[in-house]
Design a protein around this ligand. Structure first.
Ligand SMILES: C[S@@+](CC[C@H](N)C(=O)[O-])C[C@H]1O[C@@H](n2cnc3c(N)ncnc32)[C@H](O)[C@@H]1O
Length: 282
């Protein structure tokens, strides 16, 4: 299949909570850089793979990190959104021209590849947006070779903990998560990954817990700011639509920003956002 092939997608396109603006595309690149040391811990290893697939590759931010870490890899990325794939084609242009990367528009639940085409698979912050995450995992299992690994990292929003209580944020977070569910997403899909992978037919499934955590141990103010700013930027990407739909007010957003400013600057505060990661073997 040629680079950036646009395929007919017969399934319903899930509405994507973060939207497809240029700002959001840029945010995905900043986010992947910030989270790189968390996501690519020692448990994730593609050193014995040749050709891997990323489903829900967005603008190609993870693909770039993967190529830096494992320069021998050939990577195929797919995403349901034409605009994400168009940006990925620009972002990854040198790699695409060198024949190391190809990107395609495709629903993760119906991949345009033969069985056992890939040596491994990556999925990162996608199943929370998919209306049928089980189908996506089944499809991934079909296209990877027997004995190969799937690495999947997802959110578990119900696991978030903030001290002291921030009422404006609590309010916003409840509305944010309800909105994602209304879009047929699952903000807690991360905690269900083991069950989903087993149901999809993977044999061995190993859970991993990635605690993104701020407490009194982090004294450096810029480190504290980086963590809080990453999270606030992520949740604020949804604010314009929540305001437009009268679900939240600009005043609530301002109050929430003040709360996070306080958390960032007060050593006594605690912020824990646990990502969930699995390694599953076909
Ligand atoms: C938060 S972004 C993550 C992008 C990339 N994995 C990263 O970490 O930078 C989620 C992406 O999943 C895509 N997506 C959502 N549902 C999908 C589906 N069913 N099949 C393929 N892509 C999907 C969205 O279009 C979006 O680009």
């Amino acid at each position: 299949m040629s680079t950036s092939t646009t395929l007919t997608i017969n399934q319903n396109i899930t509405k994507y909570i973060h939207g497809y603006t240029t700002d959001e595309e840029d945010r995905l690149i900043r986010q992947s850089n910030f989270l790189e040391p968390y996501i690519y811990n020692n448990d994730v290893d593609f050193s014995n793979c040749h050709h891997i697939i990323e489903v829900g590759c967005g603008v190609g931010a993870q693909i770039q990190l993967l190529l830096n870490r494992w320069p021998h890899l050939q990577i195929t990325g797919v995403d349901i959104s034409e605009s994400q794939i168009s940006r990925a084609s620009e972002f990854l242009k040198p790699y695409i021209e060198a024949g190391r990367v190809s990107v395609h528009v495709s629903h993760g639940g119906k991949l345009p590849f033969f069985d056992e085409s890939f040596d491994s698979a990556l999925i990162c912050f996608v199943l929370e947006h998919a209306n049928n995450p089980l189908n996506v995992l089944k499809e991934l299992k079909r296209v990877i070779k027997s004995g190969s690994n799937l690495y999947c990292t997802e959110a578990f929003n119900a696991g978030l903990y903030v001290y002291p209580t921030c009422l404006a944020f609590q309010n916003y977070w409840e509305i944010f998560n309800r909105f994602q569910k209304e879009l047929n997403g699952d903000p807690d899909v991360g905690i269900k990954l083991c069950n989903l992978a087993l149901n999809a037919g993977f044999t061995e499934v190993t859970p991993g817990y990635i605690p993104i955590r701020l407490d009194d141990r982090t004294k450096d103010i810029s480190q504290r700011a980086n963590l809080i700013d990453w999270f606030v930027e992520c949740i604020l990407s949804v604010a314009p639509i929540l305001i437009a739909q009268d679900r939240v007010t600009p005043d609530l957003i301002e109050e929430m920003k003040q709360e996070f400013h306080w958390l960032k600057n007060n050593q006594n505060s605690i912020f824990v956002y646990p990502l969930q990661q699995i390694k599953a073997v076909k």
